[in-house]
Design a protein around this ligand. Sequence first.
Ligand code: ADP
Ligand code: MG
Length: 349
Amino acid sequence: MKNFFKGVRKHIGKLDAATLREQYRLVSDEFDFFETVFRAIKEGIVVLDENGSVVYQNPFAEEVLGKGGVERLGIALGTSSKRELTVTYPEERCLELQTMPLERKSTLLIVRDVTGERRHTEEALMAAGQSAVRDLAAGVAHEIGNPLNALSLNLQLMARENPGDELIETCKHQVKRLDGIIRDFLQALRPSRPCLVPGNVAEPLAECLKALKIRFEEKHIRVVLNIPRALPMVAMDKNQLEQVFFNLFKNALEAMGDGGEIEVAVRANDADVEVRIQDSGTGMDAEQLKHLFEPYRTSKAEGTGLGLMITARIVHEHGGTIGAESEVGKGTAFTVRLPRIERRIRALK
Ligand code: ADP
Ligand code: MG
């Protein structure tokens, strides 16, 4: 199509009326064709201009978002992002929103209804939960943990006696890697239900940052904190939230070279407490964003691709949502939203 338009534009001055009419007919047929496709498609397509006004919206987008619904979503214009959203109006649905910058400063928004899919995944996970294979796999992974610990201890002793020995360091690195893989697999196979008690998200965040302090310093990464002193309580499992933040910080670290900045901003609104972790790492392209949170998707030689799946599951079990915004070469921001306790109580009433 692009070449067709280029060709017509180049010769437009030389075309006679009949040819022009014919070309016009072709374009208008093509337009009708796309219009029909966009009308039939069960995915919401919205184009926003640089001011955030809707330039185009197909019927499905209007059906799931309601009239004027797009404006209320607070789309970050001109960026690539993916997030999930539960809407209660016009109907209760779980929506997946993906944005992409387009030419002429406009933004493309794709809306997928993942209500059924989500239910299906949960059912599939439950079914798998009863399978013997799963228990066996978890059992084996668990058993590997013990000898691995012994290996790691012995290696540490050896390293102390032979400082700087490259072979020992390599072994230590590989053992640590195995340990990480097993930990991820166990978490993925045997998720434990969160034990929710009222708490402040700043606590698990602080624990996590403390544990990773050396890793940040080694890579000369500046950590900027923007955390209010007083925050509304959320119903949380502190250990599991630590795991959430740990996975997000670890990914940020792995996406960054030497230097750069990670900003942690926490804020509350009427409904949620929101934690945003922004890095200045490699960022992700649209294809990577599309498959984010899916198991076994990794761009790393030593990755398991399970971290974000586990992270999203924990957040969902807290009644929260997680999303990401990213730009290749600039960095990535993950946003975790957890419902405030008062809202949960109100919802229960
Ligand atoms: P793993 O870290 O083992 O690869 P994850 O589930 O934690 O698995 O992450 C999946 C993929 O998502 C990563 O391999 C990476 O490509 C991408 N990703 C996650 N977080 C970031 C980030 N902060 N910056 C860039 N890419 C990221
Ligand atoms: Mg990871």
